[in-house]
Design a protein around this ligand. Structure first.
Ligand SMILES: Cc1cc2nc3c(=O)[nH]c(=O)nc-3n(C[C@H](O)[C@H](O)[C@H](O)COP(=O)(O)OP(=O)(O)OC[C@H]3O[C@@H](n4cnc5c(N)ncnc54)[C@H](O)[C@@H]3O)c2cc1C
Length: 418
């Protein structure tokens, strides 16, 4: 770690803790404001979530964004202010023009990926740009604590090898999801020790499981669906890909609704009901098709709309013989078929937890940070950003958008300190 003493010895740098999406962006913008910046990272290479993201392609950004798509237990207004601080068009320009990573739109999903389809390019370009701006990156350096300034003394950043003085600190240590990537909640505990409120954390954007697995034989089948979770205050719907897995269910639509499932189990109540509409047709339309289907039978009609194995399974679960002529269906049989086709009650029993969660729900209360600079309202000179804050977005590049926007704001804010 040759840079640690060097930088710490010359002047008091802005110290950024965590070289993930948010921390690296914070370091870049603090350095562009003319500050010495030291970026400390516990793993030996950093940016691991960027590298594994988007199936190795890195969904850098979405092509559209509405703040209402994000989930927080803090104030939605604060969330909105933070999100809009770096408009999506400017974020895109930063990647394409400043970093030299052209992005391509995936039409069917609205996601933006690097043209190279290589997530490593994104991580490497961020690090190269940071270093080009003078940021010192120290790997294998786990921060264990922060001491806030007393009278005119600076921040002290504690790590295994000693302590570093800092004019300001950016904490960007991520949440609890996929601990093997380096984010294990240690930063949340540091924030808590400094007096911050941590809203209860939970795995979000995580696959659901069914124990015993009812549909393991359908593993690998994927299709577009609509999921609906009837909540007391309005319905939550998620449209998109659905994937049968050996243990349960995954795909963007399942991941997007999974936090409600997780929370219902954490509350100790009944598992949240999740209904699946397997095709574009809703209940009324299926009822009409079954009534007006003419001379055909049930099996082939359903097979026309769904993958064969799934069609056969759903008809079997309805209890109606697939060879039944449509013209002879009773009202009861029609209702059973409509139930499995348009409002199927998904038999889930649990979730894959942080091991597979793409993000962490809950985290540092947004009310305790200034929305413009992300500076702690409790500890001036401490800025917090990224997944450790109480907010996350759906699948589609929204979580990196949050990481980039909060990282930039925290970096600019920290550079103004002192
Ligand atoms: C499999 C997977 C795929 C994903 N795909 C996408 C995608 O395509 N698009 C999208 O928008 N989002 C995606 N996400 C979500 C996205 O990766 C996260 O939202 C984002 O990485 C969070 O950034 P962060 O900088 O806040 O935290 P992290 O990326 O977790 O970075 C935190 C960093 O801090 C380091 N650190 C932790 N504690 C310490 C410490 N005490 N001292 C020093 N360093 C420390 C960690 O090692 C880590 O490098 C995906 C997530 C997963 C798990």
């Amino acid at each position: 770690m040759p840079t640690l003493d060097g930088v710490a010895g010359t002047s008091q740098p802005v110290v950024v803790v965590g070289a993930g999406a948010a921390g690296t962006m914070a370091a870049i913008f603090a350095a562009e404001s003319g500050r010495d910046v030291l970026l400390l990272e516990s793993t030996n290479n950093g940016g691991r979530k960027i590298v594994i993201s988007g199936g190795g392609r890195c969904n850098v950004l979405p092509s559209r964004m509405r703040p209402s798509q994000f989930v927080t237990t803090s104030s939605p207004n604060t969330l909105k202010k933070i999100l809009l601080s770096w408009p999506l068009s400017e974020q895109r320009a930063f990647f394409e023009e400043t970093l030299g990573i052209p992005l391509a739109l995936e039409e069917e999903t609205g996601k933006l990926f690097p043209v190279s389809n290589r997530s490593r390019d994104v991580r490497d370009a961020l690090y190269a740009h940071a270093r080009g701006r003078g940021v010192d990156i120290a790997f294998d350096t786990r921060v264990t604590g922060l001491k806030s300034p007393v009278s005119d003394r600076p921040w002290r950043v504690e790590h295994a090898g000693g302590e570093i003085s800092a004019r300001a600190v950016v904490l960007a240590t991520g949440g609890l999801s996929v601990p093997a990537s380096g984010s294990d909640g240690g930063g949340l505990r540091i924030a808590e020790r400094l007096g911050h409120t941590i809203h209860p954390t939970y795995p979000a954007l995580t696959p659901l499981v069914c124990d015993p697995p009812r549909h393991a034989d359908l593993a690998g089948i994927s299709l577009e669906v609509e999921l609906e979770a009837p909540l007391q205050r309005g319905h939550f719907t998620a449209r998109g890909g659905f994937l049968f897995t050996h243990r349960g269910y995954s795909g963007p639509a399942v991941l997007d609704i999974s936090h409600l499932a997780v929370l219902s189990l954490m509350d100790g109540g009944d598992p949240q009901e999740i209904h699946v509409r397997w095709t574009d047709a809703g209940a009324q339309e299926w009822d009409r098709r079954l009534r007006e289907g003419g001379t055909g039978t049930v099996g082939p009609l359903v097979r026309r709309e769904l993958p064969d194995r799934l069609a056969d399974r759903l008809v079997a679960e309805s209890g109606v013989d697939p060879g039944r002529p449509l013209a002879g269906l009773t009202r009861e049989e029609r209702n059973s078929l409509v139930d499995v086709l348009a409002r199927y009650l998904l038999p889930w029993t649990g979730d894959e937890g942080y091991r597979k969660a793409e993000v962490t729900g809950g985290g540092v209360a947004l009310s305790e940070i200034h929305p413009r600079t992300l500076e702690s309202r409790l500890r001036p000179g401490l800025h917090l950003c990224g997944e450790m804050l109480d907010a996350f977005g759906p699948i589609g590049g929204y979580n990196f958008l949050w990481g980039w926007a909060t990282g930039r704001a925290a970096g600019l804010g920290a550079a103004r300190a002192g």
